[in-house]
Design a protein around this ligand. Structure first.
Ligand SMILES: [Zn+2]
Length: 155
């Protein structure tokens, strides 16, 4: 899998420097490219923080700022979205969010992923799914071996 940062976003640069090799080792898809793109406010009516569409991951710097995410927490969020791409079509019994969290955990970002979810709960922006968010925290807390999801699925 190739990771591209056409807008040279500094946080994405750092993410690729730190985790790019590990991700390439996990997912040796030579013909698949994921692009990281900015999400401007005028295009963000749902106030998404980091959101994926097909093989692109859009990043709202203003929503990240409002939520107060730290750099490692942003890395965990980027890994989570990549996890949706990596495990997108895999027919596991766990739900898609948990699978994506599992990918962040595989990169060593489980505790950062937990603190992202805690900040989302505290912000009360997704009040309807608080119990699902709590379940995701519990999953990450009890993940002893993050390598539960081994194979990348070309979906
Ligand atoms: Zn997700």
């Amino acid at each position: 899998m190739k990771l591209e940062n056409p807008y040279n976003l500094p946080i994405v640069d750092a993410f690729i420097r730190l985790y790019g090799e590990l991700i390439a080792d996990k997912c040796a898809w030579k013909d698949r490219t994921v692009r990281f793109l900015p999400l401007p406010d005028y295009d963000n009516k749902f106030r998404d923080i980091i959101v994926r569409y097909r093989d692109a991951i859009y990043i709202s710097s203003s929503e990240i700022g409002q939520l107060g995410l730290t750099r490692p927490e942003i890395f965990a969020s980027l890994a989570h979205e990549l996890g949706h791409i990596v495990y997108g079509m895999q027919p596991f019994g766990v739900d898609a969010e948990t699978r994506a969290d599992g990918f962040a955990a595989e990169l060593g970002l489980a505790s950062q992923m937990i603190s992202v979810i805690e900040k989302i709960i505290q912000s009360r922006r997704f009040r309807g799914i608080t119990s699902q968010l709590v379940q995701r925290i519990q999953f990450l807390q009890h993940l002893e071996k993050p390598e539960v999801f081994q194979e990348c699925y070309y979906g």
